[in-house]
Ligand binder design. Structure first.
Ligand code: TXA
Ligand code: MG
Length: 322
C-alpha cells in the first residue's frame, strides 16, 4: 500500500468513528476523532483507562489547534512557535469544541502538534484534531512500534499505521499554562532549560498535587517484571543475589556490568553514552526483557540532566510499588 493509500484509509477510519494506531515521534498513540464522543469512548474501553483521566488532543498545525483552546496566552504562543511540531504538550483552557469526555471533565485541554510525517499527513488530511493517549493498556509500557500496538491492543484497533520505531521513545513534555505560572507536569525530550530559554522565567517541575495525570501516578510505565534501580557499583552483586532466587533476571544499562554475570541473566547494553539512545530504546528494551521471561529487571538511574530527567522519571515509575 502506498503512503497516500495509508493516509486515506486512516482518515476513513477516523471519519467513521474508529480507532487508529498512530505513529508519532514520541510513542504510538491510539487516535479517535476528538469531536466524536462515541469514538473517544472506544479509546477508554480499549485501554482499560479510567474515565476521569484526560486525553491529549493532537492537531496538524498551530492554526488547526487553535479552535480547541479558549485562548492562547503569550507564553502558549511562544512555546507553540518554538517547539511545534514536536514532543511538547500544552495544557490550556479548552474551547466548547472539546467534549468533556476528552478532558476527563476538566476545563483545560492538552494540545500537541506531533512531528512524525505520517501523523502530520493524517491529521492534515483529516482536517480536524484527534484525541490520542499512548496506545498501550493503562499503566503498562508505552508502544514505540506498530508491532507493540498490535500486541497490546489487537482487534480493538481498526488500523495500525506503521511509521517505524518512534524517534524519541518517551512521551511528550507536558507544560501546564492554565494556572498563574507555567509548570512542567511530565518531563520529556523538551527540557526545562529549553522551556526557560523561550519563556525567560524558570519553569518548575510540578509532579505532585496537579490534575489527574496517569503519567504522574507513582506506578506507571511498568513492564510485567518488577524493576529495581541500583547504584552503578552494586550492579554485579545485585545480579548475583537475584539470579540465585529467580529463574531469569534482566539487566538494562549503558555499560556492561564490571564482572561476568550469571548465565540466567539477560543483559541489554545500550552501549552508547548519548541519553537519546537510551530514551529511544528504553521501552523496547523493557518489553524485550519481559519477552525473555525475566521476573525482575535491574537497572541504573542515568545522570539527571537534560533528557536524563525524563528517563530517570520513567524508570522510577516503572520501579514504584504496584
Ligand atoms: O507523547 C505523548 O504525549 C503521547 C503521544 C501519543 O502524543 N501521548 C500520551 O498520552 O502520552 P497519555 O494519555 O498516555 O498521557 C497524557 C498525559 C496524561 O498524564 C494526562 O493526564 C495528561 O497528559 N493530560 C492530558 N490532558 C490534561 C489536562 N487537561 N490537564 C492535566 N493533564 C492532562
Ligand atoms: Mg500513556
Amino acid at each position: 500500500m502506498s503512503a497516500d493509500d495509508v493516509v486515506a484509509r486512516a482518515v476513513a477510519v477516523l471519519r467513521a468513528g474508529g480507532l487508529v494506531g498512530l505513529p508519532t515521534e514520541t510513542v504510538y498513540g491510539l487516535a479517535a476523532d476528538a469531536e466524536n464522543p462515541v469514538a473517544v469512548q472506544k479509546i477508554f474501553a480499549a485501554k482499560g483507562r479510567p474515565a476521569d483521566h484526560p486525553v491529549i488532543v493532537h492537531a496538524g498545525s498551530f492554526e488547526d489547534a487553535q479552535p480547541y483552546a479558549a485562548a492562547f496566552s503569550a507564553p502558549a504562543v511562544a512555546l507553540a512557535q518554538a517547539f511545534w511540531p514536536g514532543p511538547l504538550t500544552l495544557i490550556v483552557r479548552r474551547s466548547s469544541r472539546v467534549p468533556l469526555l476528552v478532558t476527563g471533565g476538566l476545563d483545560t485541554v492538552g494540545l500537541r502538534v506531533p512531528r512524525h510525517p505520517m501523523a502530520l499527513a493524517i491529521l492534515r488530511a483529516f482536517g480536524r484534531a484527534v484525541a490520542a493517549p499512548s496506545a498501550n493498556r493503562f499503566g503498562a509500557v508505552s508502544p514505540t512500534s506498530a508491532e507493540h500496538v498490535r500486541r497490546d491492543l489487537g482487534a480493538a484497533v481498526d488500523l495500525v499505521v506503521d511509521g517505524g520505531d518512534s524517534e524519541v521513545g518517551l512521551e511528550s513534555t507536558i507544560v501546564d499554562l492554565s494556572g498563574d505560572a507555567p509548570a512542567v507536569l511530565r518531563a520529556g525530550a523538551i527540557t526545562t532549560d529549553q522551556l526557560t530559554a523561550v519563556l525567560g522565567t524558570p519553569v518548575p517541575l510540578r509532579t505532585e498535587g496537579g490534575p489527574r495525570a496517569p503519567g504522574t501516578l507513582p506506578s506507571h510505565y511498568a513492564p510485567r517484571a518488577s524493576v529495581e534501580l541500583v547504584p552503578d557499583d552494586t550492579v554485579t552483586a545485585r545480579l548475583a543475589a537475584l539470579s540465585a532466587r529467580h529463574s531469569r533476571v534482566g539487566f538494562l544499562g549503558l555499560r556492561a556490568p564490571r564482572a561476568p554475570v550469571p548465565p540466567n541473566v539477560t543483559a541489554i547494553i545500550v552501549g552508547d553514552e548519548d541519553p537519546a539512545a537510551l530514551a529511544r530504546t528504553l521501552y523496547r528494551s523493557l518489553r524485550a526483557l519481559d519477552d525473555a521471561g525475566c521476573e525482575v529487571i535491574v537497572t541504573t538511574v542515568p545522570e539527571e540532566r537534560g533528557l536524563g530527567v525524563a528517563i530517570a522519571d520513567r524508570l522510577r515509575r516503572a520501579a514504584a510499588p504496584r
